[in-house]
Design a binder for this molecule. Structure first.
Ligand code: GLN
Length: 492
């Protein structure tokens, strides 16, 4: 197989070839590194490439395999992670200047587990600064481009995590999802992305944005790939008290069970104004496919969905303002030079280190938490959150999963929404309630609109990732994974 053919394989197929001795981890890793070198100047998915370390890890995997000690489906597989995950000895920026030069002393749990499973880390992926954004344009380092159309955004905030997969630069990635940041880029780039239940995957060693909402999760080119990655990273972690004690399920064994008998809730509120007709058409076709496969559609209502964006931008900014207080110019990353006194050191380091979006959110969040406003804003938003969760609880008495669009539109043009933060926030209109309710949510490709990928969103009961993956697999089996984008091949 040529290097180009190798990088086009799914993780599952690459893993099967490793197991059969048809390819080595070194060959896969070299092919991915060559692909990154050939394409990433145009895509911008990587902030750091750890080529030498990756090759050493690949050789170690090949040695394990040669002595019969290969550890499972991820052993020897090249992967990459959002630059929000701490990686021991490898620069970690959160997409921000304020963390320039920061080298973490330990690995985040999810990264450590991937590596313990034998995965080969190729590097760190582009994102919006501190995961705040929907287009990756808030990265302090460089924009990331959608491999389907390089003039468009890959979505955010885990834009690099989705773009790297669409560009065939690696076989699996990790992202984080606070309000949609795994599902939105997955839908814009035509890959599968899963935001697990809050507490399913440890947040230890993931740079905090909004601690009650943040959840790490996997992205892959197929549902099998995502299920394999989730199996490796999910489960209890004594380092994160918010991580659930419940052991991880076996996400691969039920994957082919199909959609027969599945009750799919279709929320009225998710098909309202603003949803682009062609996107709606793809989503409705996917629902019709499920009916053909033996699922039933149940009309449901999530009446408090319309307060989701408002509640989210109070809670997320409030928590961000507290989390970002630790960047003081003393402990991590950037320190403003030539200052007089401690106060000026704090002020100048933060002034120089944070971009416009984190500054906007620190101000909003500080305001929402201030005396007199706390009751009216933050507390009220928490009450709305309870109502949103109750909407879902009621829905799940009548259905097993909730289905709808991931976003109102396919990938938009770079620059199209940067002038208007409110427009940008609307990208999250269908994804945010799932985070507020702490539920698992997934995006699976359901066709193209105007030549661009569209994602179907599936939201499940707490800790029922297995049903989401099985349902997504049933659709994927019908539609097949989307073809590889051609924009990178057209003008090399
Ligand atoms: N787009 C949302 C925001 O800007 C969600 C980000 C995320 O999920 N990390 O906050």
């Amino acid at each position: 197989m040529s290097a180009g053919e190798l990088t086009g394989l799914s993780l599952q197929a690459a893993s099967a070839r490793l197991a059969a001795g048809q390819v080595s981890s070194r060959q896969l890793t070299e092919a991915c590194l060559a692909r990154v070198a050939a394409t990433d100047g145009r895509v911008g998915a990587f902030l750091t490439v750890t080529g030498e370390r990756a090759l050493a890890a690949a050789d170690a995997s090949d040695a394990r395999r040669a002595s019969g000690r290969a550890s499972g489906p991820l052993d020897g597989i090249p992967v990459a992670v959002k630059d929000l995950f701490l990686t021991r000895g490898v620069a970690t920026t959160a997409g921000s200047r304020i963390l320039e030069g920061f080298i973490p002393p330990y690995d985040g749990t999810a990264v450590a587990r991937l590596q313990a499973a034998g995965a080969v880390l190729l590097g760190k992926l582009n994102l919006d600064e501190f995961a705040m954004g929907s287009s990756n344009e808030h990265s302090a380092y460089k924009p990331c481009h959608n491999p389907w159309d390089l003039s468009r955004t890959p979505g955010g905030s885990s834009g690099g995590s989705a773009a790297a997969l669409a560009a065939r630069q690696c076989f699996g990635t990790l992202g984080t999802d606070t309000g949609g940041s795994i599902r939105l880029p997955a839908s814009f780039c035509g890959v599968v992305g899963l935001k697990p239940t809050y507490g399913r995957v440890s947040r230890y060693g993931v740079i905090a944005f909004a601690s009650s909402l943040d959840q790490p999760g996997p992205l892959g080119r197929t549902t099998w790939d995502v299920a394999a990655l989730l199996s490796a990273i999910a489960g209890p972690d004594p380092h994160d008290p918010t991580c659930a004690a419940r052991p991880a399920d076996d996400y691969l064994s039920a994957l082919e069970n199909g959609a027969r008998g599945l009750r799919i809730g279709v929320p009225r509120e998710w098909f309202g104004g603003g949803l682009q007709p062609e996107v709606e058409a793809r989503v409705r076709e996917a629902l019709a496919t499920y009916q053909r496969l033996g699922a039933t559609l149940v009309e449901i209502s999530l009446p408090h969905s319309r307060y989701g964006i408002g509640a989210y931008y109070l809670i997320a900014t409030a928590e961000a303002s507290a989390n970002l207080a630790r960047y003081d110019g003393v402990r991590f990353g950037l320190r403003a030079p030539g200052v007089r006194g401690l106060k000026e050191l704090y002020a100048e380091s933060r002034e120089q280190g944070f971009g416009a979006e984190p500054k906007r959110r620190i101000m909003l969040g500080t305001y929402a938490l201030s005396a007199g406003y706390y009751q009216a804003d933050y507390l009220r938003a928490q009450q709305v959150r309870t109502l949103i969760r109750r909407d879902f609880d009621a829905a799940f008495t009548r259905c097993d999963v909730v289905a709808g669009p991931v976003a109102p539109w396919p990938a938009f043009k770079l620059g199209e929404k940067t002038g208007d933060p409110l427009q940008m926030y609307l990208a999250d209109i269908f994804t945010i309630t799932c985070n507020l309710a702490a539920l698992p949510g997934l995006s699976v490709p359901c066709g193209l609109a105007g030549g661009l990928p569209v994602g179907l969103q599936l939201v499940g009961r707490p800790f029922d990732e297995a049903t989401l993956l099985t349902a997504a697999r049933a659709l994927e089996r019908e539609l097949g994974p989307p073809p590889a984008p051609t924009a990178l091949e057209a003008k090399a």
